[in-house]
Design a protein. Sequence first.
Length: 725
Amino acid sequence: MSETLEGQMERIVYFDDRSLYTVARLKVRGIAGHVTVVGQLPVITPGEVLRLSGDWEMHPKYGQQFKAATYSVSLPAQIKGIQKYLGSGLIRGIGPEMAKRLVDKFGAKALEIIEHSPEDLLGVAGIGEKRLEMIQKAWEDQREVRDVMIFLQGHGVSTGYSAKIFKQYGKDAIRVVRENPYRLAADIFGIGFVIADRIAEKVGVSKDSLIRAEAGICHVLEKMCGEGHVYGLDEDVLKRAEDLLGIGRSVLETAFSNLAASKRIVLEEIGDGQGPAFKGMKAVYLVAFHAAETGLANRVKALLTVPVQSLEMNAEQTKKLVQKRLAIVLSREQWSALETTLSAKISIVTGGPGTGKTTLVKAILAVFEGAGKRVLLAAPTGRAAKRLSEVTGREAKTIHRMLAYNFRASGFQKNEQNPLDADVVIVDEASMVDVFLMYHLVKAIPATAVLILVGDVYQLPSVGSGNVLRDMIDSGSMPAVFLTEIFRQARESLIIVNAHQINQGGFPTLSTSNRQTLQDFYFIEQDDPEKVLATILELCCVRIPERFRLHPLSDIQVLTPMHKGIVGTVNLNRVLQKALNPSNDTIERMGRIFKCGDKVMQVRNNYQKEVFNGDIGTISQIDRETQKVAVKYDGRPVAYDFAELDELVLAYAVSVHKSQGSEYAAVILPVVTQHFVLLQRNLIYTGITRAKELVVLIGTKQALAIAIKNDRPQRRMTRLSFRLQ
């Protein structure tokens, strides 16, 4: 028989945003100390009074706790509870200090005053007309939000997502959820198909309904695109949807036909274009991915038909110009590459570290500028653009900024109707550019201009869909130059020498610690993941800062193949945050704890804020009154509402994939057999080539050997190379 417990909620100890599992502390009259309450309790705020039904249980590790099955919430009536409630960050414009002032002035009537006589708040120090307006709006919103949240809570939606749903749909939120809960997955970042499907079940959507089948097929395709593919094979998509949804093939085939008829997906006969293994199969595209791939191929082919304008400069004049402007002598390989880029409409320059790509770019720049041509420099990320600018002495922009993305117009302002004002466009780190961004880029290249793509094709492919640089090279439709000669100065770096050895399938030259001389590449052998973690901690906090004079936060970056496990990003970030950031100025949202001073990464493109997937910044301020967090990216502050914090993750440790385009003074990379599924040559190669001064690998030689031998990473499903041929 269940019991009833009533008390004031003091604080949330733990909250899991997916399962909604909550651990909270309750102050209950007649019970000394705090009562630990566990269960699915998504819509609770410190200070509120909770009435719970459930049972007492004895946890083997945490002792006695109350497991809640159901609960209801009421506003606090006691002064202490009211102050805690108002100071929790629930009401924008009221933080802990303002909450104290309100309670000091109005006592137990503080909530009543806000509700019925808000003008009386003007008598409180620090509240003027502007702040009063903010508080009134926030109070009204939270009342409406609470109605929506209570509805959504009963349908398995967390607090953070409920706020986002309300922000997206306002008072229509409940109607939208009832009519088509799968809209949430499409409209709101962070709410995927699984959460939407759980809500759909609760509001009565039939398991084998067509609306669910259509949403499930689209989800399977989105997931495949999230893995880097541009399309899926019809049979594979249907099989995955069948496994996901647990419904019959006939319903799925009907849904498939509906999606094709309504042009939400595009079906394309593969024929012999992708080889005999694919004969008889159909490629299934989400419509936007099909438009991007076909549009990119068509635009590239159109550009290649336009003749290249002559520079009216012979080889001897070109050599003299380069030597005069740069005071360097290019190698034979670099001269050949330079001649190719000067004579081609679209060309690709690729090569590993130390092969002179940067010097070649400077030479290309010198020749085109010497001929009076307008040259634009760009890169996919802010950091890559900044580095390109530093090495060339010219302005370089991110591709997004060069194409003038306008949030209000929801698109790039530079396009085929309004092309870039340039004769030459040079893009560095081109291996990072996905099919969508490359499509928008080539659309904005003037018909008379030259496009030069520079990058390392041996790195991991782009985080986004496609394998564009590799596909363009494989198509043979444009010249591609491979730089292979490592220059003398670069040969002195073990980082560069080992990167090339690994890329060619060879085992790196490993160094053990030497007290007398400092080297730039070390391998620490350790097979116990717990000890690997302890070593990473010691390296970040003590050994590298002391021996190499590098800063733990700004100079050292831990890279890892996986998110899960003892040395995955999630656990590493938790441990490193605790060790490297002693700040008590914290904010907890959606199961994540952020502190002032934390190193964080943006995990989606946000065009309005001009921050993009993979950008790393530092939390500089947490303002509970305005409910905003400020993050500095290369000195530029960007504000996030509390409800937007799911766009950020801690970045003391990041995945190797997310590190592309970035450069760090020191890289620490665990290589353990627990990461078996992701151990591949281009991952190790990408990780170590992110480092400028120091690489430390920690793990086993067996795991490293497995990775180096695995030169067959998962093939990405794209048809770009075929379309370009």
